[in-house]
Write a protein that binds this ligand. Structure first.
Ligand code: UDX
Length: 447
């Protein structure tokens, strides 16, 4: 099928790459000329494992453009995957969605087209997009239907999550649109595509379930899924606080409860809590949307509060250990909101660094991939960027492990302890072998 994708961020580019890889003709559109040129030159503006390989493999079926008149008229399906970043009041900024809908409306061809909202958008956006398209068309005829097809991919495993999805959700009031999108996704639904060598199909995955709904339900599924995952993490972190007081091990508690299949082991990793582009934005949107209807969302609100407190607990624990932070040096291992990405959106590291700087500490930071981005995106963050993990400890009074990059497992803790001024290590992700680190001369504590 002929597909257009508006927006080449994480979601747009991954969707484009995967749809091209399973055999569709895809045109990716971005208003940013330099991004399009980068992509045309075969370079990738995001950090995501295997994305280069899959784009290379699907090269013949992929085009990049800044022009709506090139992407839209021939497309049978148009995906809107533009950013909806949070505004200062927490509500999503819909200017890019509005612009995309209007431009799609102005360029639709005569064939039936399905316009799909893939960005996480406020409930009711499907109807809004439809009215914007109609408005842009004026008196020109067009046959189209709007659908919501939320994306559940995680950064760092975006391709895996798209090709081997747990489910595909299609929300629309148009049976014709359901047919078109079912055909589009058939190779994934039936798992009939040839798996790339670098992304093996999970054993036992024979088919991916399809959930068809009305527009509003699909839109709410996305928010409800992310809110639930976020509160699962906050729940284990709240239990972690109690575990610490009573002398229990939260990791063992998580294992013990997670093996109950009704609970499940995933998303019960205690520590610094969630960051990233989705959980904060989506939980805040849930609370804001509910407030529009006079509803409180106490559970989701509490999950947000607990998550924020986890970041503050780092500073509190350091205060407890070092007493006075003014004039002290704290090293942070990791900046990205999680490993395998350079994404710094809502990263706990930033709140922690700011909290320490505000109390007069010097902060040295290391991250295997996110430092360049941090320098660019956080120009006012007065931290010292160092070249390797070992340098983080040099002359530091304490070190905090913020992101569980696998390479931090291999640190020579003994050598590091020798260069540190105070060998105090706070493991914010419950990631390291505490006994080994303690043997290497560190006072090891978990968050
Ligand atoms: C998330 C959702 O998982 C995905 O379905 C949605 O489409 C977008 O938002 P992402 O933000 O890429 O994906 O990252 P994810 O792997 O879900 O992790 C989110 C945050 O939670 C990270 O900061 C991670 O460190 C933290 N986390 C995750 C925990 O603290 N504990 C866990 O057990 C799992």
């Amino acid at each position: 099928m002929r597909i257009a994708i508006i927006g080449t961020g994480y979601v747009g580019l991954t969707t484009g790459a995967c749809l091209a890889a399973i055999g569709h003709e895809v045109t990716c559109l971005d208003s940013d000329q330099s991004k399009v040129e980068t992509l045309r030159a075969g370079r990738v503006p995001i950090f995501e494992p295997h994305i280069e390989e899959i784009l290379e493999e699907a090269h013949d079926r992929l085009q990049f453009t800044t022009l709506y008149e090139e992407a839209i008229p021939r497309a049978q399906v148009v995906f809107i995957a533009v950013g909806t970043p949070p505004l200062p009041d927490g509500s999503p900024d819909l200017q890019y969605l509005r612009a995309a809908a209007a431009a799609i409306g102005g360029n639709l061809g005569l064939e039936f087209t399905v316009v799909v909202n893939k960005s996480t958008v406020p409930i009711g956006s499907g109807n809004w997009v439809e009215s914007l398209i109609r408005e842009a068309r004026g008196k020109q005829p067009a046959e189209f239907a709007v659908a919501s097809n939320p994306e559940f991919l995680r950064e760092g495993s975006a391709l895996h999550d798209s090709l081997y999805a747990d489910r595909i959700v299609i929300g629309t009031d148009s049976p014709r649109a359901v047919d078109v999108l079912t055909n589009l996704y058939r190779p994934i639904l039936e798992q009939s595509f040839i798996a790339p060598t670098y992304l093996a199909r999970p054993e036992h995955l024979a088919a991916v379930p399809l959930v068809t709904t009305d527009l509003a339900s699909a839109e709410l599924i996305k928010y409800a899924a992310n809110s639930f995952l976020a509160l699962k993490i906050s729940f284990i972190n709240e239990i972690g606080r109690l575990a610490e007081r009573v002398g229990a091990d939260v990791a063992l508690v998580a294992k013990g409860i997670g093996l109950d299949s009704r609970i499940g082991t995933r998303f019960l990793q205690a520590g610094l809590g969630w960051g990233g582009s989705c959980f904060a934005k989506d939980t805040s949107a849930v609370v804001a949307t509910a407030a529009d209807y006079g509803l409180a969302m106490p559970i989701v609100s509490a999950a947000r509060l607990v998550n924020q407190q986890q970041r503050e607990r780092v500073v509190e624990k350091l205060l407890g250990e070092l007493k006075i932070l003014k004039g002290k040096t704290v090293g942070l291992l990791g900046l990205a909101f999680k490993p395998n990405t350079d994404d710094l959106r809502d990263a706990p590291s930033l709140d922690i660094a700011r909290g320490l700087l505000a109390r007069g500490a010097t902060v040295a930071v290391h991250d295997p991939v996110a430092m360049e981005r941090a320098r660019k995106e956080q120009p006012d963050l007065c931290v010292r960027y160092v070249e390797n993990a070992e340098q983080v400890a040099e002359a530091s009074d304490a070190v905090v492990l913020v992101t569980e990059w696998p390479q931090y497992q291999d640190i020579d803790w003994e050598a590091m302890a020798r260069t540190a001024r105070g060998a105090f290590l706070l493991d914010g992700r419950l990631f390291l072998d505490g006994a080994r680190v303690a043997k290497a001369g560190w006072k090891y504590t978990r968050l």
